[in-house]
Design a protein. Structure first.
Length: 238
């Protein structure tokens, strides 16, 4: 795909159910689907106040040309939907994976929003998530929720590499001539980050200059960020 067919690329990640901020940052950036390519780099839901609403907004944007990538939270929902569909008594005897997602990984609010869905709706949601792409490449940019494993060729990276990533991925050089745009790790955890979470900024790799982290931890008290390419203009909302 040729970047030059678009006026610009806009990238957002880790919305985590913060639909109102997502709408605001799209408005700030003046996103126009007829001219711009929007890339949503995963984790549209969990932890936030409007998780399914955020997911459905991303679905609708995808119908109008946006790229909607799978993150680890979409994958966790996919895995738990499979368990729920396989056991009609899941509410009475929730499987261990469901309890872990519910208790430790921010799934409680999402589960509360889908617990009364019909089997048909749960099935549709499951198959939609299962078909979501894990990465997207356009010209010199690679987009993936958690980045890549630079020790492998891009084609050899696994779903786990793209959506869970390496713990210290940001510390290693990526691929020559490519810039990796990712989320998953809030930028306030990375070197040279602002001291206050509320001041979180998009992180540009200061050493290798080949990675950009756009997860500014909105759901944790940071900000929802949007990166414009190739200009590198940044938009924030909180």
């Amino acid at each position: 795909m040729d970047e030059k067919k678009y006026r610009r690329i806009l990238a957002v990640s880790d919305i985590h159910g913060q639909k109102k901020y997502f709408l605001k940052v799209l408005e700030q950036s003046q996103y126009d689907p007829s001219q711009d390519l929007l890339i949503i780099a995963g984790d549209s839901l969990d932890r936030g106040e409007d998780n399914i609403g955020s997911f459905e907004l991303c679905q609708n944007l995808h119908k109008n040309g946006a790229i909607f990538l799978k993150g680890n939270h979409e994958q966790m929902l996919e895995e738990n939907l499979q368990k729920m569909l396989a056991d009609t008594n899941w509410k009475k005897r929730p499987p261990e994976e469901l309890l872990i997602w519910f208790t430790y990984n921010g799934g409680s609010k999402t589960l509360n929003e889908i617990k009364d869905f019909s089997v048909t709706n749960l099935t549709q949601l499951f198959f939609y998530i299962r078909a979501m792409p894990t990465h997207f490449v356009i010209d010199d940019y690679i987009f993936a929720h958690a980045g890549i494993n630079p020790a492998k060729e891009l084609a050899e990276n696994t779903t786990k590499d793209f959506i869970w990533g390496l713990r210290d991925f940001y510390a290693h050089p990526a691929y020559v001539g490519k810039t990796v745009i990712f989320g998953h790790t809030p930028t306030f955890y990375l070197p040279n980050a602002p001291k206050r979470i509320s001041d979180s900024l998009i992180w540009h790799d200061p050493i290798h200059h080949d990675k950009i982290d756009i997860d500014c931890g909105c759901v944790f008290g940071g900000r929802l960020a949007c990166l414009e390419l190739p200009s590198l203009q940044e938009y924030y909302c909180s």
